[in-house]
Design a protein around this ligand. Sequence first.
Ligand SMILES: C[S@@+](CC[C@H](N)C(=O)[O-])C[C@H]1O[C@@H](n2cnc3c(N)ncnc32)[C@H](O)[C@@H]1O
Length: 286
Amino acid sequence: MTTPHQHQILNGRKFHANKKIPYLLPEDTDEMNRLHKQHAVLKYTLQSNFQAPLQEKLEQGITVLDSGCGPAAWMFDMARDFPNSSFHGIDITSTFPQDTKPSNCEFVIANVTEKLPYPDNYFDYIHQRLLILGLTDANWDFALKELLRVLKPGGYIELHEPDLQDLNNMGPLLKQLQYTMSNMLKSRGMPPKISNELQDRAIKAGFVNAEFQVTPLKLNHGGQAGKMLWDDYEHGYTNIRPVMAMSNSEWQDEEIYAIHIGNCAKEAETMETSVNWYTCIAQKSL
Ligand SMILES: C[S@@+](CC[C@H](N)C(=O)[O-])C[C@H]1O[C@@H](n2cnc3c(N)ncnc32)[C@H](O)[C@@H]1O
């Protein structure tokens, strides 16, 4: 049974309020707009929508799941590129744009930490990106096993997460931001370095041929991509402020928080900071 959906307003922003759902970002229009822009930034910086070796099969027509699809930016983009494939999105909240959906897309409200409404061996390819702020340690293990169940033998899973704790060339201001975030995640039982654990966790869940790639993404330097990533970063940190302020009371003041983030922008530019983006690809054994 899917957990019923409830929400709460914190500092004027709409957040989940179901105790069984630890997700930390808001679910309002501003956050949906951020997720659409973030998709464009990631596609541009990673130069592709996917890494699994599935171009030909996607062209021929396969069945794809996007776990935690949000407003379906990745899914709609993929569905338009691969009209012979069918795309299924799940999320705990319905921000899926039903009125503009391509005909090869379907959406179901479902929680990846509970039994999914699909039979065993149903999908050829599963994509899951940016659940770092949504899953506890135990949730990750359950979710990966459940995703394995619904994946066909020989099918691929592709997981994308950033290392939000340790950035490359990180100065003291960003360190304060990152470590407040990672300590807050730890205090809620959520692994802040899940990106680095994806391969081991996938193997533990029963996947085979698990491999990972790390791509350092420039933050606020190195041209357009760095600026775009910083804008997304700043927007994400602004949207999570009500939660961050629970760990640092100074940040209850919007202005003080905004000044800190602004100083982080300058620091990242000067120090040429980058974020490690992890992509893990694995298969279900035949
Ligand atoms: C940061 S957004 C990323 C959205 C999308 N994957 C992307 O990359 O654009 C995380 C999404 O995961 C969803 N989510 C969080 N916890 C979830 C859960 N337990 N089951 C399914 N979806 C979840 C949130 O509602 C949100 O839409």
